[in-house]
Design a protein around this ligand. Structure first.
Ligand SMILES: Cc1cc2nc3c(=O)[nH]c(=O)nc-3n(C[C@H](O)[C@H](O)[C@H](O)COP(=O)(O)OP(=O)(O)OC[C@H]3O[C@@H](n4cnc5c(N)ncnc54)[C@H](O)[C@@H]3O)c2cc1C
Length: 237
């Protein structure tokens, strides 16, 4: 199912700093409309005076409020970008324009019988959180394995959320992987591609969703193919 993109007016309901440089915002669409989208898609966000930018939707389609995770990209030539404006200035009650939904990394419930391997690098966790929440919401979900790679443990801003979910959800596993910690325990160390290669004999039959920086996608893809992951079932934007 596709959802034609269109502009919406939203109101910020909550802002919460979840890490030193990352803020979670929740947004209600005007008139409490439900925005139809596929889990994993993104919206172009804009506010007056700033050029719009794409941000992944971190909430699932069945949830009432839209959630976004915004990393502050800072100022250039003394001017804040949209992400810096959102991270430093945006308050509950402020208006925000959203356009979308956009993007191809969309969870397809019709392939739901295949186990899911979710690979997130950094803020790539946002669209994968949407897909995981949507998938686990349905009855009889397939096994779901999440690997979340970040540099240091402070960047695991959803660690408690996913640990709690793994405790109460059979067939959901969560493996945080830290690349820059000398002593990563109780997390794994290194890069997520290597952790996955150690843990799985074969990835034949899996659907793999990947989101994160291009360098992480490029480093991980050959390891997945080496483990017989099928190209038609590897999804990333
Ligand atoms: C599909 C997709 C999904 C994404 N999802 C997320 C997400 O979930 N969370 C997230 O944090 N990010 C996400 N991003 C990245 C996001 O869209 C922005 O690129 C990021 O937030 C930086 O935008 P910015 O405007 O804040 O900063 P910049 O684009 O770096 O701009 C910073 C400021 O510098 C100014 N500037 C830039 N270049 C110059 C120049 N040469 N001279 C003078 N001034 C200049 C700009 O006008 C701006 O004021 C996503 C990107 C894509 C493509």
């Amino acid at each position: 199912m596709t959802f034609p993109p269109r502009p919406y007016t939203g109101r910020v309901i909550d802002v919460h700093d979840v890490a030193a440089d990352t803020r979670r915002i929740t947004v209600e669409i005007e008139g409490r409309q439900r925005l139809p989208f596929g889990a994993g898609q993104y919206m172009n966000l804009s506010v007056a005076g700033f050029e719009g930018r794409p941000f992944s939707i971190a909430s699932a389609p069945h949830e009432a409020l839209l959630e976004f995770h915004i990393k502050n990209s800072g100022h250039k030539n003394g001017k804040p970008g949209l992400s810096a404006h959102i991270a430093e200035t945006l308050k509950p009650g402020h208006a925000i324009t959203l356009e979308g939904p956009l993007g191809n990394i969309r969870w397809r419930p019709d392939g739901a019988s295949r186990p899911l391997l979710m690979l997130a690098g950094g803020l790539g966790i946002a669209p994968l959180k949407s897909i995981i929440t949507a998938c686990l919401h349905g009855a009889g979900h397939p096994p779901v394995h999440l690997y979340w790679g970040v540099r240091t443990r402070e960047q695991l801003y959803l660690d408690g959320f996913f640990r709690g979910l793994a405790k109460r959800t059979p067939r959901f596993s969560y493996i945080p992987v830290l690349s820059d910690e000398k002593d990563p325990a109780p997390c794994r160390g290194g890069l997520i591609g290597h952790a996955v290669a150690e843990d799985f004999e074969t990835l034949a039959g899996f659907s793999v969703y990947m989101a994160g920086p291009p360098v992480m996608i490029d480093a991980t893809l050959p390891l997945l193919l080496h483990k017989n992951a099928e190209e038609d079932y590897i999804f990333s934007d």
